[in-house]
Design a protein around this ligand. Sequence first.
Ligand code: PHE
Length: 350
Amino acid sequence: MSDSPSLPAQIDALRAEIDAATLTTPEEAEAFRVRFLGRKAGAITALFGQIGTVPPEARRETGQALNALRQSAEARLQDAERALAQTASAEATDLDLTLPGRVPAPTEPGSLHPLTQTLEAIQDIFAQFGFTVARGPEIEDDWHNFTALNFPANHPARDMQDTFFLEEPPPAGRGVVLRTHTSPVQVRVMEEAVKSGGGPPIRVIAPGRVFRNEAVSFKSYFMFHQVEGLVIDEGVSFADLKAVLFAFARAFFGGEPKMRFRPSFFPFTEPSAEVDVWWEDANLPGGGRWLEILGCGMVDPNVLSAVGIDPERYTGYAFGMGVERMAQIRYDVDDIRLYYENDLRFLSQF
Ligand code: PHE
């Protein structure tokens, strides 16, 4: 008995062993449990059995040291088991934290819609001519869309067949419509100018969406885009209108485009014309055909009177250009539906 180390020395030795133990696998953890905490052959249990060899006055202190030793062994074992359980559950979910983050496939650069590009080209040219941009609502009332523009009460455009009415036409209702053209913006701009005391000169373009109750086909859609133009001043003539439209066509199409004015009729212009541009297409007999791109004319004196501008003093011209038509010539796309299908195979070409 006397040649075995004292109990405190054995406690110190076990503490050093416990502190040095590695517990990184389930096997190591189990071996640790058996070695130190096993109920029958555990080293700490064995030391408790030797407490009787300690002198009575040192027993209390030795017992406390043994308890502390057991608690620290239990704590190490608990920590190890918790860590091992976490690793096991991470492996069970196949979570690999070393994988690169999930990112979308490399994004291809986008581009503006061909109609937007066309519209911007049109706006840029008119900006150089000194036109500013005006806008109006897509939901219009009867006054701005029809009446102030000199449409007679029984005009066919007011027919439910051509116009999307949101409210019955007068006298039954207020005749709220999806605007059928951008010409109501003319009325709004002139009214605003008169109201603000500025009056003419006026020189604006008004781009925007318009709506008509048309069957969808390669050449018509229930919605399309126009760019309205309006110039009001003293001494404005049809020659000014022609000069501006020719200059515009040269800038937009480049070179010397073939263009013709055909006499036409609109309730709000007098005289009126429609303008065609020659669209080259080798597949067509004759090598191409005339495409109508806009309606225009001198602002009817009745329209000036309706908004409170003196038609004796001021004259002006107006035009309404089809943006899809301009895009068709610019890009050689002759099916209007392609612009609205959002097919990337089409859109990515622009
Ligand atoms: N608003 C007419 C249309 O949509 C076009 C136009 C505008 C004609 C301005 C003359 C003057 O057909």
